[in-house]
Design a protein around this ligand. Structure first.
Ligand SMILES: Cc1cc2nc3c(=O)[nH]c(=O)nc-3n(C[C@H](O)[C@H](O)[C@H](O)COP(=O)(O)O)c2cc1C
Length: 317
């Protein structure tokens, strides 16, 4: 398979393993890249020293390209970027901030820059800022999310029509049928988070992975729109957030509940009560943890089956 994103990122399949705080370290990124996708290290939860360890680990495990995801809302972004550049990383997926902030700098350093957005208007701003491609992320996605509640199905054609650079669809994609659908909507590739979180190489704690496997239909919800919208698995922490939101608590109260370390406690340390468990709607489809290679093989097989199904429909006849 070849297309604009495969050519740009030098990957076999148009699949990006999403950058995920506490979940996508060097081991996952290397395994995803070795499987024919692009692996991304989620730098958002890492101080520069830790990021350095993960990059070196990944580089020792693969000769394929890897990238890093840098959410621009945290402190110390400059140091993360410098650390990655010094170690030879030339693929940056930036998110949660203005694409104007680092794109020119990174392009001048010879990097490929992709920015994550959830609206056609912002996608155009990304294109104007000079990014190479856009991740358009729908409301189904796990983790931090747009406020507008636009689903991937509605978002991708609008972003496709708004820009001429490649578009990577994210949110609600866990199997090859959904991948084929995203490409039919006009995307050039898919970015997958939740499904890669439940893999043998992910850093998601086993308790968290088991909770995702157990999750059923409707077990996630987009919360904390007042602070920073995030899709969560329903648990005790979620109940506490819900209780505050039901009584229209102030932003300050929500920030105080969020406190520090909730995401790490839930996703890396496996505290299913106090922890914040960021995950997407497709968690209800996941039955077991796979290796990255098994997952990518499965995605491609289902994608090909879906393509044949579509070809056999011949609606115009
Ligand atoms: C556990 C988790 C952590 C995430 N952390 C980040 C992050 O650090 N930066 C970011 O840009 N997106 C983050 N996301 C969003 C993903 O990069 C990706 O766009 C999203 O998961 C795609 O939707 P899906 O979960 O339905 O596959 C996270 C998602 C999850 C599930």
């Amino acid at each position: 398979m070849t297309n604009k994103i495969c050519d740009l990122l030098k990957i076999k399949y148009p699949i990006i393993q999403a950058g995920m705080v506490w979940v996508s370290g060097g081991k996952l990124a290397a395994a995803a890249s070795n499987s024919g996708a692009l692996g991304l290290i989620g730098a958002g939860s890492m101080k520069p020293e830790l990021l350095k360890e993960h990059i070196i680990k990944a580089q020792g495990l693969t000769e394929k390209p890897i990238g890093i995801n840098v959410p621009l809302l945290y402190h110390g972004v400059e140091d993360q970027i410098k650390t990655a550049l010094d170690l030879g990383i030339r693929i940056f997926f930036t998110s949660a901030g203005s694409p104007k902030k680092f794109t020119k700098f990174l392009k001048d350093e010879g990097c490929i820059v992709v920015h994550v957005t959830s609206s056609p208007l912002l996608a155009k701003k990304c294109e104007d800022a000079g990014v190479d491609a856009i991740v358009a992320e729908g409301f189904e996605a796990g983790g931090h999310n747009g406020r507008d509640e636009i689903t991937t199905m509605a978002l991708i054609p609008q972003v496709r029509d708004a820009v001429s650079i490649p578009v990577i669809a994210a949110g609600g994609i866990a199997d090859g049928r959904q991948m084929a659908a995203a490409l039919c909507l006009g995307a050039d590739a898919v970015q997958i988070g939740t499904r890669f979180a439940v893999t043998k190489e992910s850093s998601a704690h086993d308790n968290f992975q088991q909770a995702i496997i157990k999750a059923g239909f409707g077990d996630t919800k987009l919360m904390m729109k007042e602070v920073v919208p995030v899709r969560l698995l329903k648990n005790k922490f979620y109940d506490e957030v819900q209780e505050l939101e039901n009584r229209c608590a102030s932003k300050e109260e929500l920030i105080a509940l969020l406190g520090k370390g909730r995401a790490k406690a839930g996703m890396l340390d496996g505290d299913l009560e106090k922890g914040e468990l960021e995950i997407g709607q497709v968690s209800a489809m996941i039955q077991k943890s796979l290796t990255c290679q098994e997952l990518v093989d499965q995605l491609i097989k289902q994608y090909d089956q879906t393509k044949s199904l579509l070809a056999s429909l011949n609606l115009a006849k």
